[in-house]
Design a protein around this ligand. Structure first.
Ligand code: IPE
Ligand code: IPE
Ligand code: MG
Ligand code: MG
Ligand code: MG
Length: 297
């Protein structure tokens, strides 16, 4: 996988497979609370890069694992990611009106619905893992523990709490890195860990996957911060930077645009280095790391 066309084609094919699986996992249902499935499908389907499940699929493929055993657990990462985005956009958080070029869930439905849609996707992700028909019980427990830890207090939620607490403050670079590592890096790390766990990776291989996930997580959030100020219209379908409006502590507010770009390159380099101990063909993960820093949305 060498050229930009190769990776673009790969991403498109994987995203279509993931879209179909998400459609299957969250079908429209009729009845007293059908709005829950409407809003869930509205948030979940028809948009997004699907980077987290793609990372899981790519990692498992590197170990030669049949994708049939990986697709459903991989999609639970997209459910958690979507829940986190729905809550992130709420008026009490970033107060954004658009996501993926559509109205945010609280704008399209209501705030109450948005909270509950996020809660549902979060809870349902764990139900899917616990009831997976292919995975043995010990693997399910490992995946559930990993997902809970990475999206919990020492992971995504902890990072989101820091993100709010640091609004309007000038924080040291180390604090910002911890914030980014948790709010974004943790779930990206879980994505590659998922692939490794399902593939019976050795402890050394799992460690190197974790380092890779943490590094591309940092690179990913630096680029997210850059895109917020350079192309927020392309990112959110809105014209003005959400981070500036909310006085967020970001790589841009702390280092400026040029140094932020240098940091993204540094984390990208760390990511590719951390793949070395795997002893496998890592070209697909390297291509995904390239995509993370070259992306424009
Ligand atoms: C955006 O994530 C929020 C962050 C964690 C930085 P993505 O850029 O992966 O969003 P989608 O899923 O492609 O819309
Ligand atoms: C959100 O980060 C990270 C989450 C874990 C939800 P941002 O607030 O920077 O994400 P965007 O820019 O709204 O997509
Ligand atoms: Mg936010
Ligand atoms: Mg936000
Ligand atoms: Mg952002």
């Amino acid at each position: 996988m060498k050229t930009a066309e190769d990776i673009a084609h790969y991403l498109k094919v994987q995203a279509d497979i993931i879209e179909n699986e998400l459609d299957r996992l969250v079908p429209q249902r009729r009845g007293h609370y059908q709005e829950l499935f409407e809003s869930s499908r509205y948030a979940l389907l028809g948009g997004g890069k699907r980077l987290r499940p793609i990372l899981t699929l790519a990692t498992a493929a590197m170990f030669g694992i049949d994708p049939r055993y990986v697709l459903t657990p991989a999609c639970t990462l997209e459910l958690i990611h979507t829940y986190s985005m729905i809550h992130d956009d709420l008026p009490c958080m970033d107060n954004d009106d658009y996501r993926r070029d559509k109205l945010t869930v609280h704008k399209k439905f209501s705030e109450g619905h948005a909270v509950l849609t996020g809660d549902y996707l979060l809870t349902y992700a764990f139900e899917i893992l616990a009831t997976d028909p292919h995975l043995p019980a010990d693997k399910k427990v490992q995946l559930i523990a990993t997902l809970a830890r990475r999206s919990g207090g020492d992971g995504m939620i902890g990072g989101q709490v820091m993100d709010i607490a640091c609004e309007g403050k000038k924080i040291p670079l180390e604090t910002l890195q911890l914030l980014h590592r948790n709010k974004t890096g943790a779930l990206l790390t879980a994505a590659v860990e998922f692939g490794g766990i399902i593939a019976n990776a050795t402890p050394i291989q799992l460690d190197s996957l974790r380092h890779f996930g943490e590094s591309i997580g940092l690179a990913f959030q630096v680029i997210d911060d850059i895109l917020d100020v350079t192309s927020s219209k392309a990112k959110h379908g809105k014209a003005f930077s959400s981070d500036i409006r909310n006085e967020k502590s970001t790589f841009i507010s702390i280092l400026g645009l040029d140094q932020a770009r240098m940091y993204a390159a540094k984390f990208h380099n760390q990511a590719t280095q951390s793949l070395k101990p795997l002893g496998l063909d890592t070209s697909r993960l390297e291509a995904l790391a390239d995509f993370v820093i070259r992306r424009v949305s």
